[in-house]
Design a protein around this ligand. Structure first.
Ligand code: GDP
Ligand code: MG
Length: 457
């Protein structure tokens, strides 16, 4: 045993599932913070990463007396907006997530985005556990704050237990209909072929101990290879953000390797490769969200896995969803610049060459890709003449306005999960460019279609 022990990095865990199943609330519960209530409309608008140190996991699971031997330094949890799943968290080679929590609302069962998430997990061969959340909503539930679910379930009345069994059986059947075997974690003897279901409440905390333990144990048992720390940098840009006092920053997930202050980096930029140096490496305090405002900790160097905010020059046009490269002493910068733009070229090649089509704006390269793919499908078939990433600015409206002369109905911006600046909105209204905004792809299509049908009448 001893000699076989390797240095492991923290597993990266995604929380996925349908909107409102309690993904953000579960994270809150783990962190004991309250991000969810501070969010506009309670929906996660951005991607956040939370690092949970092993000590915290130990503390949270001690009641289980599992003698949890934790070989990993912690767990890095990523909360993704339900509608986007983690299509946009692309990274070269292996996917970003090692393991996932698929959240299902016990009162609703499988919902459309549960199935979408399930398909993504399957496609990527990502291991996952199911959190059957909101058990506290079972009629007559007796709250056992933060208790293991095994213990909490024993304290429930017969009626509650029966209702639970009934709903569990239904949900297991729904999974079976999707071709997936699931079983209550405590009865699951065939982990690997059968996925475990852990009942949880993100409000009163029952089941969180089992959920954390299962995740970590499963990861360190089956993914030693994948989790073995490697020096080769693997890093993905999650978001590009302007922060007061810091300028444009990029939020990244460092999956492997070490980043240093002063490192020479190359990232994919909307107007070509960006070659710059890391001015500062920042992290939030442990157990805090990357997107919660507050003082950051400065680091000389940071080892994977971590969610990190990077400041540096020329990052304004960095493209979220792409890989970050570090230029080593023996590396050819030009070569790296080439490969960093591969993802981008791939997307650009999907723009209509005739030059007639709508203008499309999305939050990340991944979501832009998803949208372009959708617009190309035969039933939809909307040509695209221009694309952009990030908020809609005046310059985007200007670009879209070119169509006013060619084909008026295409003088339209489809804005997917991005904001429109007031100046851009004003200009658009003035010159007659239509802007449709939605955070669900289908809704953009519906709006556009209604508009076209209306024009035809
Ligand atoms: P998300 O869209 O999946 O991130 O869902 P949220 O975390 O924003 O939760 C959606 C709503 O469900 C909020 O009103 C939460 O307070 C509520 N909620 C989440 N988890 C639970 C739970 O375990 N029990 C109950 N009763 N409500 C929950
Ligand atoms: Mg959320």
């Amino acid at each position: 045993e001893e000699e076989g022990e390797k240095t492991l990095r923290s597993p990266i865990c995604c929380i996925m599932g349908h909107v409102d199943t309690g993904k953000t609330k579960l994270l809150d519960c783990i962190r004991r913070t309250n991000v969810q209530e501070g969010e506009a409309g309670g929906i996660t608008q951005q991607i956040g990463a939370t690092y949970i140190p092993a000590d915290n996991i130990r503390e949270r699971t001690k009641e289980l007396k599992a003698d949890a031997k934790l070989n990993v330094p912690g767990l890095l949890v990523i909360d993704t907006p339900g509608h986007e799943s983690f299509k946009n968290l692309r990274s070269r080679g292996s996917g970003l997530c090692d393991i996932a929590i698929l959240v299902v609302d016990i009162m609703h069962g499988l919902e459309p985005q549960t199935i979408e998430s399930l398909n993504l997990l399957r496609m990527r061969n990502t291991e996952f556990i199911v959190a059957l959340n909101k058990v506290d909503r079972l009629y007559g539930w007796k709250v056992c704050r933060n208790a293991p679910i095994g213990k909490a379930m024993k304290l429930q009345s017969r009626d509650v237990q029966l209702e639970f069994e009934h709903r569990l059986t239904q949900i297991i059947t729904q999974f079976k209909e999707q071709g997936i075997n699931t079983e209550l974690y405590s009865k699951n003897k065939e982990r690997g072929e059968t996925y475990s279901i852990v009942p949880t409440s993100a409000i009163s905390g029952e089941g969180i101990p089992e959920m954390l333990l299962l995740l970590v144990q499963w990861a360190q048992k089956t993914m030693v290879e994948k989790l073995t720390y490697s020096n080769e940098i693997q890093c993905t840009v999650l978001e590009v953000k302007v922060i007061e006092g810091l300028g444009t920053t990029i939020d990244v997930v460092l999956v492997n390797g070490v980043l240093h202050e002063g490192d020479e980096i190359v990232v994919c930029g909307f107007q070509g490769p960006i070659h710059t140096t890391i001015r500062s490496l920042l992290t939030p305090h442990p157990m805090k969200e990357l997107r919660v405002k507050g003082a950051y900790i400065h680091h000389k160097e940071i080892k994977a896995a971590q969610g990190i905010k990077i400041t540096g020059q020329n990052l304004e046009h960095a493209v979220a969803g792409t890989a970050l490269y570090v230029v080593g002493p023996d590396d050819d910068v030009e070569e790296i610049k080439e490969s960093v733009m591969d993802d981008m070229r791939n997307v650009m090649s999907r723009i209509d060459k005739s030059g007639e089509g709508v203008y499309v704006q999305a939050s990340t390269l991944g979501s832009l890709e998803a949208l372009l793919e959708f617009l190309k499908t035969p039933v939809v078939s909307i040509p695209v003449s221009g694309i952009g990433i990030g908020p809609v600015h005046k310059k985007d409206v200007m670009k879209a306005s070119v169509m006013l002369e060619k084909k008026k109905e295409y003088a339209t911006i489809l804005a997917f999960d991005v904001k429109v600046t007031p100046e851009a909105r004003e200009l658009a209204d003035d010159i007659g460019v239509k802007i449709f905004i939605a955070d669900i792809i289908y809704h953009l299509f519906d709006q556009f279609k209604a508009y076209i049908d209306n024009l035809k009448e």
